[in-house]
Ligand binder design. Structure first.
Ligand code: SRM
Ligand code: SF4
Length: 572
């Protein structure tokens, strides 16, 4: 192994705080693309250079340039947006994008299909509704997630405030974003010393993700993230402090056992007033201790595996000037959303809608989701909240609007389906836009769920909540290793099947079957469903059962994830 810094480190170092040659590249009309180094830098500005993979073969045949376009990710701490912001993003998607909005697994919006010449107009329009895309991607702290739980109003308000404060505090300070996209004036001189007090010139070794969870809901999947805050509530529902978690992450590469998903550790308890200092210290220790040579080993989870939790805690405490307390007890019950109407502590009413795989679009001759949600946004007086499960909460609905909003949602099939599997399903984007996809995901999971629903109905399990998640590659964007049934793309039409994660998101799954296609997925799962239907204990979750029944082994976090896999089946 060489000790040479990774290429991205050199790109960041030479970028003049994320400017690179982006401004020049935008003016180049000969290509829809940008140069390779800028393609890395543009991520820090919330954009990815992509091409439509469905069109690749034809364009290659015709010797044409790939159909380049950009994906743009908006930064929305806690997933809370106004109806005006929703309507603006809808307009932007229809004017400059591919006419769809994508609600992501991290409570954010993605626009797809924005061509280079429309980038600036798009970013200006986003700025016009007080949103931005800075740090939505790149080697920095990303969008901070938060339990969008308006029915627990008091705790939620405090959790959301922490999510917003962390997002703000850990945002890059470089003026490059304003300069390049919003035609801001460049401020000359003196930037070197002050420009990035937390990150410095080369930012973090890798992406960094923060979440705030409010038990008993673990909808943000706190154990999947680099840094987490778990609200510790008193008997009246007030937040008395936070358990801090560190070192979670999903990404791995097939066939490379040195890469693995990992659930986060609880580092300790911190007082409310210390949370920001602790967040900053965690980021700075990772900045200095993280691997800048091998990007596949650069996430905080590997720093913690290599250095140990005790050493990491000591360094965080030293830098923050805070002594962390013993972790306080907490209990999660689920990772899913509470669908339908909920009533808040203050009597407020909220409606959680099911947005299959987060894709909001109008289908010719089918569901008109974009139009329906536009109508809801036009009449609704409260706000919208994106969930970490790619769903949408119409929050704080005025009494007089309740009936209209429910009617609109019902007419367009936006209320949650009865199927326990579909309600708990999630798929990443994958094809045709994701450059890393090995298999379909968003476009395939609905059909697979339909096929599995038939089998579940035969076994009397149609309404049981079972979490299923699919990704088109092992990077884990829909957190498949924390799903009771996880399907991870291996190649076109082929998937690895993982079983045994905990329903509350606290335990990873294990590999159960490798490289199988549609029919084999159903054939493999059917006997597991059958056994579950007959042999489960009262209230026993599917993920717990498959371990007790011996279908997969229980152990295996971090480095040990790849051990003890495969079917054992002791209960028949
Ligand atoms: Fe992701 C890369 C989509 C959440 C782990 N992710 C990508 C890219 C940008 C592909 C690329 O690098 O070229 C995907 C763009 C697809 C497209 O066409 O839109 C992509 N990730 C997504 C989204 C949109 C999935 C979705 O369907 O909702 C999610 C956007 C979240 C957001 O709003 O910020 C998304 N990605 C996640 C999550 C889940 C989470 O954070 O809760 C993970 C696993 C958690 C983690 O980070 O460990 C995740 N994405 C990755 C990785 C693997 C990182 C690793 O440590 O190995 C990559 C690839 C990489 O970074 O090299 C990746
Ligand atoms: Fe793309 Fe893989 Fe993420 Fe799916 S999991 S969006 S295929 S990077």
């Amino acid at each position: 192994m060489t000790d040479e810094l990774s290429r991205n480190e050199r790109i960041k170092e030479a970028s003049d705080y994320l400017r690179g040659t982006l401004a020049e590249g935008l003016r180049d009309e000969i290509t829809g693309s940008i140069v390779e180094d800028d393609a890395q830098l543009v991520k820090f500005h919330g954009m990815y250079l992509q091409d439509d993979r469905d069109l690749r073969p034809e364009r290659t045949r015709k010797k044409m340039e790939k159909a380049f376009a950009f994906m743009i990710r908006v930064r929305i701490p806690g997933g809370v947006c106004t109806t005006a912001q929703w309507l603006a993003l809808d307009r932007i998607a229809c004017t400059y994008g591919n006419g769809t909005l994508r609600l992501t697994t991290r409570q954010s919006f993605q626009l797809h299909g924005v061509i280079k010449s429309n980038l600036k107009a798009t970013l200006k329009a986003i700025d016009g509704v007080l949103l931005d895309t800075i740090a939505a991607c790149g080697d920095v702290n990303r969008n901070v997630m938060c339990n969008p739980n308006p029915h627990a109003s008091r705790a939620h308000a405090i959790a959301l405030a922490l999510a917003k404060a962390t997002s703000e505090h850990l945002s890059p300070r470089t003026p490059a974003y304003r300069e390049i996209w919003l035609d801001g004036e460049r401020i000359a001189g003196g930037e070197e010393e002050v420009v990035e007090p937390i990150y410095g010139k080369t930012y973090l070794p890798r992406k960094f993700k923060t979440v705030v969870a409010v038990p008993p809901s673990n909808d943000v999947d706190v154990f999947a993230h680099d840094l987490g805050f778990i609200a510790i509530l008193d008997q009246w529902g007030w937040v008395v402090g936070w358990n801090v978690t560190v070192g979670g992450g999903m990404g791995m590469t097939h066939g490379e056992p040195d890469t693995y998903p990992r659930t986060a550790d609880v580092l300790g308890f911190c007082q409310p007033e210390d949370a920001l200092a602790v967040a900053e210290a965690v980021v700075m220790v990772q900045r200095d201790w993280g691997d800048r040579v091998n990007r596949k080993h650069a996430r905080l989870k590997y720093t913690i595996e290599d250095r140990g939790l005790a050493a990491f805690r000591a360094e965080v405490e030293r830098r923050a000037g805070v002594k962390l307390g013993e972790p306080r007890p907490f209990a999660f019950t689920s990772t899913g959303d509470r669908y339908g109407w909920t009533v808040g502590e203050n009597g407020s009413e909220h409606l959680t809608l099911f947005i299959e795989n987060g894709r909001v679009s109008d289908h010719p001759g089918g569901a008109q989701m974009l139009t329906t949600l536009r109508s809801i946004a036009e009449t609704h007086e409260g706000d919208f909240r994106l969930t970490a499960n790619q769903n949408l909460i119409i929050a704080n609905v005025a009494k007089k609007k309740r009936e209209t909003i429910e009617r609109l949602a019902t007419e367009d099939g936006l209320l949650a389906p009865a199927s326990g599997l579909r309600r708990n399903s999630m798929a990443c984007v994958a094809l045709p836009t994701c450059g890393l996809a090995l298999a379909e995901s968003e476009r395939y999971l609905p059909d697979l769920v339909t096929a599995l629903e038939e089998r579940l109905a035969v076994h009397g399990l149609a309404h049981d909540d079972i979490v299923i998640r699919m990704t088109g590659c092992p990077n884990g964007c829909a957190r498949p290793y924390l799903a009771e049934i996880g399907l991870v793309g291996k190649g076109p039409g082929r998937y690895n099947l993982y079983l045994g994660a905990a329903f509350d998101g606290s335990r990873l799954s294990k590999l159960y079957a490798e490289d199988i296609e549609h029919a084999a997925i159903i054939e493999t799962l059917d006997p597991v469903f059958a056994t579950y239907a007959v042999k489960r204990e009262p209230g026993e979750r599917f993920g717990d059962f498959v371990i007790r029944a011996g279908f997969v082994a229980a152990t295996g976090n971090g480095r040990d994830f790849h051990l003890n896999t495969g079917p054992r089946r002791t209960i028949v």
